[in-house]
Design a protein around this ligand. Structure first.
Ligand code: KIV
Length: 312
């Protein structure tokens, strides 16, 4: 098992030109699989609100929800650097509120760092969280929490807009972020800026020229239904496997072949069954229940109904 990464070793990886891998995870089992596969970092992304909780955006994720899932991930991947995503509204009102939210994620979730969306507009906020001793991974380019402002899920930084991506990247680095995610940025621009930056740049839809890559767990493994963004590669089709497996289970239960002998506990003989004392005549169950009711409830009639005298 490789040693758990830190902000220092992640920086060394950038300095040495070694690619950094990141995958999202949202619970104990997924995190454990990601750790066994040898990822460098796990992101508990607010994408969980979509891929796990079924919403059509990340907007409604709450701090409590994020902390709930971060706790499980940290337990499932104790030797992996875990980054917790700050949900929309938990860092937008003031830097003080942002520090309070980040502190909760670290103290209650026990993650190793937090991630937040925004560039120049979040410079002071990132600085405040870093000053509180919490490592921050920034996230620029396409920022899913503010797609309403961006006019939808669109590639960022084409043409004149390239300057904004550079300005945002330099702002988060200046503010003390230890890492930054570039989402949906043209590959040539992402590579150019990654080379200018001191801190590691992790890309998603940003080409091969960044210092590392992040993808959503469900997308890599074919668990996202028909969703297929240009930048996603399905490395396995576990979705199809899962449907086939559950289908086999349903079939075997229906036809009575599951559970089989080997799935069933033994230890009771025919003789044990014959010796069972059965206080209630189970075959005449209804009769016994009526008789029992008559004894328990004075006034219960022959048919088991309670006579409360209401019609007299
Ligand atoms: O929430 C998330 O999963 C993310 C990654 C896609 C970068 O922010």
């Amino acid at each position: 098992m490789a040693k758990k990464k830190s902000v220092l070793t992640l920086q060394e990886m950038k300095n040495n030109g070694e690619k950094i891998t990141m995958v999202t995870s949202y619970d104990y089992a997924m995190a454990s699989l990601a750790e066994q596969a040898g990822v460098d970092t796990i992101l508990v992304g607010d994408s969980l609100q979509m891929v796990v909780l079924g919403d059509d955006s990340t907007i409604s994720a709450t701090l409590d929800t994020m902390i709930h899932h971060i706790k499980a991930v940290v337990k499932g991947a104790p030797n992996t650097f875990v980054i917790g995503d700050m949900p929309f509204g938990s860092y937008h009102i003031s830097p003080e509120e942002a520090v309070a939210s980040a502190v909760r994620m670290m103290k209650e979730g026990r993650c190793d760092a937090v991630k937040m969306e925004g560039g120049v507009n979040m410079e002071d906020t990132i600085r405040a969280i870093v000053d509180a001793g919490i490592p921050v991974c920034a996230h620029i380019g396409l920022t899913p929490q503010t797609t309403a402002m961006l006019g939808g899920h669109r590639v960022q930084g084409r043409g004149d807009a390239a300057q904004k991506v550079l300005d945002d990247a330099l702002a988060v680095q200046r503010a003390g972020a230890f890492m930054v995610v570039f989402e949906c940025v043209p590959g040539v621009l992402a590579e150019h800026i990654s080379k200018l930056m001191n801190i590691p740049v992790i890309g998603i839809g940003a080409g091969a020229g960044t210092d590392g890559q992040v993808l959503v767990f469900h997308d890599i493994l074919g668990l996202s239904g028909d969703f297929k963004a240009k930048f996603v590669k399905k490395f396995r089709d576990l979705g199809a496997e899962a449907v086939a497996g559950i289908g086999d289970y349903v079939k075997e239960v229906k036809e009575g072949t599951f559970p089989a002998e080997e799935n069933t506990f033994g230890g009771v003989s025919e003789e044990d069954l014959e010796n069972l004392k059965e206080p209630v005549d189970i075959r005449g169950g209804l009769k016994s229940i009526k008789d029992g009711l008559k004894n328990l409830v004075p006034g219960a009639g022959k048919d088991g109904k309670v006579d409360d005298g209401a019609d007299k």
